[in-house]
Design a protein around this ligand. Structure first.
Ligand code: PLP
Length: 433
């Protein structure tokens, strides 16, 4: 399978090159040359097949012959080594929980898959040792730290804004050592991102380091994310014929994976983009003109994105045809106030505690169901509520125990270094030469 750059369809690379480059040299996102539907008999028999077999069938076409079957199977086994339970909430709404991985957010799947794919090629001698640079506002850094820890041939520098991520997220990023180098930046997330971008094109650094990035523009993030849409379908009661997904969206990587899985043959009716007030796509659907917005801070901070990178891929898969896109996609946005009310409502009425991102997913599902009576909607719970406990604990009057994955890190010592600017960063990274 080849991948082309969304800026130039004639620029094609194979899976390995797309993986190591992250972004094409012309700054375009990589897109698969073809997405072939899977056999109908495979889709209708999903509940008889185990997760690994489902995954091999779904993913193989995107890898082609670049990774041998045996190795690919090991990579997949490692990437999805936890539960993906589908739970019924009320008559027409279910939740797919994606937070049972080590960092307790859905980004674990992509981070684990990416690290193992990179390591596979390095071990085979196809590539030199790589240095991954990541700027994070929270969940990506946590998933990357855990997913890349002790992975052979890879060093990871994670930059996060000082005092601007949650206490738990900071612990998740800053308590690793070995090949993980946490860096606290005196500045904002944008400052972190600027340092990473400057480093990637700094000739003094790139002559010594083989850099790559691990954020959601990499194809190795959306490819494994298609899998849990299949796992959801395999758990759906057989009397449900029509179903849709509501996806709490920020950079649109997760939503793009849903659209791909529909294209692969899953009988998904609609896909709902559920957003906080950062809603450029909903505005686009209403006005017909796409305009990026300045992102505003909200309770569901992993979705505070004003110009989502992966929306380009969504455009491409619908041939840049807004009418066609709106046939499948719906977009709704909700305020922090509605998010808080929903967290309380779900706990009181269904004894289900959502994090702020999942609550927005539920709101999108509810709105969709009200407009489409008789449908069933699955919303994604993208993080465990405990990651946002400080923000939501005054809304609820019950005590909750901290999950074991998070408990184990709370007593660990923070190991980050603090830097002020690009000059500090360069000095620090050069000391590892
Ligand atoms: C990253 C993240 C999202 C947004 O996912 P995208 O693929 O960027 O749209 C939603 N919820 C949580 C908890 C996240 O960490």
């Amino acid at each position: 399978m080849d991948y082309f750059s969304l800026n130039n369809k004639n620029h094609k690379v194979n899976f390995k090159e797309a993986l190591f480059n992250g972004l094409a040299p012309d700054r375009g996102l990589y897109f698969p040359q073809e997405i072939k539907s899977l056999k109908k008999s495979f889709i209708s028999n999903l509940n008889d097949i185990n997760k690994i077999e489902i995954s091999m069938e779904v993913i193989s076409q995107f890898i082609g012959n670049q990774i041998d079957k045996e190795s690919l199977k090991k990579i997949i086994e490692h990437s999805i080594d936890f539960e993906f339970p589908l739970k019924k909430i009320d008559e027409n709404i279910s939740v797919l929980e994606l937070f049972h991985g080590p960092s307790m957010a859905f980004k674990d799947i992509g981070a684990r898959f990416t690290s193992r794919c990179l390591s596979h090629f390095i071990r085979k001698g196809y590539n030199k040792k790589v240095t991954v640079l990541v700027a994070t506002s929270g969940d990506t850094g946590a998933a990357v730290a855990s997913g890349f820890h002790k992975v052979e041939g890879i060093d990871v520098f994670i930059l996060y804004p000082k005092n601007k991520i949650s206490n738990i997220q900071e612990k998740q990023i800053s308590t690793f050592s070995d090949n993980i180098f946490p860096i606290e930046v005196e500045g904002t997330f944008d400052d972190c991102q600027k340092i990473v971008k400057d480093a990637l094109i700094d000739k003094e650094l790139t002559s010594n380091f083989n850099f790559t990035t691990a954020n959601s523009i990499n194809i190795s993030r959306w490819i494994p994310q298609t899998l849990y849409y299949f796992f959801a379908y395999s758990q759906l009661p057989s009397d449900i014929e029509k179903y849709s997904f509501s996806i709490p969206s920020g950079n649109y990587g997760n939503l793009f994976s849903a659209v791909v899985s529909k294209k692969l043959g899953l009988p998904i009716e609609n896909i709902i983009s559920s957003n906080n007030i950062n809603n450029p796509v909903e505005r686009y659907f209403k006005s017909g003109v796409y305009t990026p917005i300045h992102s505003k801070e909200t309770l569901s901070n992993a979705m505070d994105v004003g110009d989502p990178s992966n929306f380009n891929r969504v455009n491409e898969i619908f041939d840049f045809d807004l009418v066609k896109m709106k046939d499948t996609l719906h977009a709704f946005s909700f305020t922090d106030h509605q998010t808080m009310d929903t967290i309380k409502y779900l706990l009181k009425n269904f004894n289900y505690l959502c994090d702020p991102h999942g609550a927005i997913g539920y709101l999108g599902a509810k709105k969709y169901i009200n407009n489409n009576l008789g449908s069933h909607c699955i919303f994604l719970e993208t993080a465990h509520f405990y990651k946002f406990y400080d923000e939501i604990k005054n809304l609820i009057d019950v005590e909750f125990n901290i999950p074991s994955q998070l408990k184990s890190i709370l007593d660990k010592e923070k190991k980050s270094v603090t830097i002020k600017d690009y000059y500090n960063f360069k000095e620090y990274i050069n000391s590892y030469l």
